[in-house]
Design a protein around this ligand. Structure first.
Ligand code: APR
Length: 313
């Protein structure tokens, strides 16, 4: 019998809790719900509630709350949500001052205790946080990835499903670029089960849906007073599962670029293949001139925020 996998969730807040719930229900492995010492009991309580939930729903994995990195030692997967979420009126970039020191603390803990983990960063501003995590740990780039594209594509898919009246299961969408308001929906890769979406949705409607997708996170922040957590958690778990089960899934994710699409030395959302080695490939799509221009704008925003993070003392 092979040993159970170990999944360390760094941050036991809204997304952390839902991540634990999904990892447990899918029996991906034993779960550690890690938070700062002031939240250790909260994390332990949440973990216990979720373990008890297994008695009702019929799953059995160990779920423990902790504020000690040594409990996370040897984790196969780490998913990082440590940090503060947005409040209404804030951009993701407004979170830099608070979240950079937090991501550095998390990187130091991970480096010491979980050197072989596949790491998925969710904390915002995403593209800069995943960059900083990899820079600080020096972990192999293919083992550190950011979750944004699966979520942004899911939002785009839902809006297209509602507009076309068709089942969201049949919508295939692809959103690339930074996880900000200038993300880039790729229409050539957006279909209803292979049929180009332009057959079903008129240009003006499509433009409105793209605009809503770009601000899809902000729409929820405005309604709830904090950021989304169900779909972000599911998106990261899809990526974790692709790694743990060596699924070779093609998913959009923030990956370290070394010249792909004409960009290098930072993380940005591109289609990748995730399997047992982590990010096994970066796929380069043919982009239209418009898409190239949008990607350039998005890349500029990402590299600017990365520069801010690099200089952050
Ligand atoms: N180590 C571990 N956990 C930490 C640390 C740290 N150094 N600093 C803060 N945390 C914890 C907080 O105590 C809190 O419990 O991170 C948790 C974040 O949870 P929430 O505030 O509920 O935020 P959540 O909605 O889960 O979002 C987390 O993901 O999508 C992004 O923008 C979002 O950056 C935010 C992150």
């Amino acid at each position: 019998m092979s040993q159970r996998k170990k999944i360390a969730l760094i941050g036991a807040g809204n997304i952390g809790g839902e991540l634990a719930n999904l990892c447990a229900q899918r029996e991906l492995g034993d779960v550690l719900l890690f938070d700062i010492p002031a939240k250790a009991d909260f994390a332990k309580g949440k973990a216990l509630d979720l373990e008890q939930n297994g008695a009702v729903l019929g799953y059995d994995v160990s779920i423990k709350g902790t504020s000690e990195w040594k409990d996370c030692a040897g984790a196969d997967v780490i998913i990082v949500t440590a940090g503060v979420p947005r409040k209404p009126g804030q951009s993701r970039d407004d979170l830099v001052a608070i979240n950079v020191p937090i991501i550095r603390a998390v990187a130091d803990g991970a480096k010491e205790h979980c050197p072989n983990a596949f790491v998925i960063v969710i904390s915002n501003p995403l593209d800069a946080m995943v960059y900083e995590f990899q820079r600080r740990t020096g972990f192999p780039r293919e083992k550190v990835v950011g979750m944004a594209g699966v979520l942004d594509s899911a939002r785009f898919s839902l809006f297209l499903a509602r507009e076309t009246g068709m089942n969201v299961k049949d919508i295939r969408a692809m959103v690339l670029g930074g996880h900000g308001d200038d993300m880039v929906p790729i229409l050539g890769a957006t279909t209803v089960n292979g049929v180009p979406v332009s057959k079903f949705v008129a240009k003006e409607k499509l433009d409105a849906i793209i605009a809503r997708t770009r601000t899809g996170g902000g729409e929820i922040v405005k309604l709830m007073g904090t950021s989304a957590y169900y779909a972000p958690a599911s998106s990261a778990v899809a990526m974790a599962e692709a790694y743990l089960r060596d699924e070779k899934r093609l998913l959009p994710a923030a990956a370290y670029l070394t010249g792909q699409y004409g960009y290098k030395d930072f993380y940005m959302g591109v289609p990748v293949v995730i399997g047992g080695k982590g990010v096994e490939k970066i796929i380069e799509l043919e982009l239209s001139d418009d898409e190239k221009a949008m990607l350039a704008k998005s890349a500029k925003s990402v590299s600017e925020i990365v520069e801010v993070v690099k200089k952050f003392a």
